[in-house]
Design a protein around this ligand. Sequence first.
Ligand SMILES: CC(C)(COP(=O)(O)OP(=O)(O)OC[C@H]1O[C@@H](n2cnc3c(N)ncnc32)[C@H](O)[C@@H]1OP(=O)(O)O)[C@@H](O)C(=O)NCCC(=O)NCCS
Length: 263
Amino acid sequence: MITLDTMREPSLEGKKYDIRVRPFQASDLSTVREMFLASMVNQSDSPFAKAMKGQLTAPLSWASYAAFVVGLIVRRWCSKRIGVSLSLLGSIIFAVHRTVLYIGLRRRVERNLKADLADIAGHYGMKEVADRNTGAVRYTPSGKSGFWIAEVGSEGKEPEAIGCVGLDANTNADPTSAELRRMSVVSSYRRKGVALLLVRALMEHSRENGIKTVFFSTSSFQEGAMKMYQRYGWKYQGKEDVSFWSQKIYWHNFSIQVDDFSL
Ligand SMILES: CC(C)(COP(=O)(O)OP(=O)(O)OC[C@H]1O[C@@H](n2cnc3c(N)ncnc32)[C@H](O)[C@@H]1OP(=O)(O)O)[C@@H](O)C(=O)NCCC(=O)NCCS
């Protein structure tokens, strides 16, 4: 357990918190899904928000703005009919472009919510184990995969989940490598080392379960994540172009040898 007493968030300033990492439990499911939606869709720095903002300055959008403006000029000085048609065409291209991007991104998010995030315990191999003393049943990782929660406790309050990470050994055929997935920390607790605690738990589990390489991919919209993984020793393995409707998007791939992780 780690005590954080230097908080950068003004509302948290001066308070003491105990942060610990524990295995995912059934009651965490909706919180993890909310964290995923917040960090991927709802926050202003989420990939979803950045992609929608990026669309405003995509080449196709500039073409639609140009068609709209040229249409206004043509309407004023040459032909009303051609001018109106051109402006209308510009507006339609822009609206279709934005709508298709929005629907495409929403579908990707929904696919994620219906995949591993629909049944985290099942997908990440969390098995129920009864406590010898109390008889209480709790999830614990039963194989190479696993899912962990960072929680914060403060005096007189129930612990609150503030971050999560999964290790998925099912996305590749090599039994000695596994993928880090679903890393997320709630925004008011970022830049305080919570992700490091999660990565440590994941690395410890990897070591104990014969995993030698951990890899992950993140999108070009997640610069913070890329900086963090490089800071924690991950090696850049190149990028894949997954651009979508004139919206440039790359997947950046990283990996680390478990034995090289020493933080
Ligand atoms: C990426 C994320 C998990 C980092 O969590 P975190 O708890 O804030 O990370 P840490 O506090 O352990 O970060 C440690 C270091 O990483 C780097 N880092 C982390 N976030 C950064 C950011 N937004 N910009 C620049 N560097 C960053 C810094 O070097 C930081 O150290 P410092 O605060 O002393 O400068 C969090 O920002 C997040 O949830 N982002 C949205 C979801 C996401 O992108 N997930 C990754 C998908 S693979």
